[in-house]
Design a protein. Structure first.
Lengths: 123, 111
């Protein structure tokens, strides 16, 4: 069974940093690209970042570019999100998600989600 | 506002059929990128419901179906059940933004 377990969320003041982690199990971690998706409480979903299976290719949403850094450790089956210069608008549940294998060039989706970890940015 | 547009809410009685629309543009749905649907039940994480426009993952009942035409997609739910109440999100990829994009979500109420 695929399991994605996020940790590291909590309360932080604006301008400070926080690091999220995701522990993956139940599948061959280095076969898959991994992503972060966030959800503001009571609001919709927003893609944050994605990293290729080998960590070579990394993409970010414009809203976090230059402030957030995604990395992975395939030896430890883990994914991380380093969040710097946090803002109130970064307050959200952060989900670790597995990107489904690409069958066609037009197929881009997430087949497994973690339970999420809440990040609250407030003074 | 979200890149993909969904109605904020839909409702139906048990046993009825409802549809949820998802409208994109020429840089995402209209350019050929597939559409996915995720179901988020109260207090839980989103779960993949439909992928690549009209494919159900193993375990998803055939009451759920998807379709796509042009710059729009739809999710249909037949034989509504009370346990279907929750939020539904569409998702695709946008080549101009170079980003995975979501709809704003639709809250389904089973009356």
């Amino acid at each position: 069974e695929v399991q994605l377990v996020e940790s590291g969320g909590g309360w932080v003041q604006p301008g400070r940093s926080l690091r999220l982690s995701c522990a993956a199990s139940g599948f061959t971690f280095d076969d898959y690209a991994m992503h972060w998706v966030r959800q503001t409480p009571g609001k919709g979903l927003e893609w944050v970042s994605g990293i290729s299976w080998d960590g070579v290719s990394i993409a970010y949403a414009d809203s976090v570019k230059g402030r957030f850094t995604t990395s992975r450790d395939n030896a430890r089956n883990s994914l991380s999100l380093q969040m710097n210069s946090l803002r109130a608008e970064d307050t959200a549940f952060y989900y670790c998600v597995r990107r489904a294998p690409t069958v066609t060039l037009n197929s881009h989706y997430f087949d497994n989600w973690g339970q999420g970890t809440l990040v609250t940015v407030s003074s | 506002q979200s890149v993909l547009t969904q109605p904020p809410s839909v409702s139906g009685a048990p046993g009825q059929r409802v549809t949820i629309s998802c409208t994109g543009s020429s840089s995402n749905v209209g350019t050929g990128y597939d559409v996915q649907w995720y179901q988020q039940l109260p207090g839980t994480a989103p779960k993949l419901l439909i992928h690549d426009n009209n494919n159900r993952p193993s375990g998803v009942p055939d009451r759920f179906s998807g379709s796509k035409s042009g710059t729009s997609a739809s999710l249909a739910i037949t034989g509504l059940q009370t346990e279907d109440e929750g939020d539904y999100y569409c998702q695709s990829y946008d080549s101009s933004l170079r980003a995975w994009v979501f709809g704003g979500g639709t809250k389904l109420t089973v009356l």
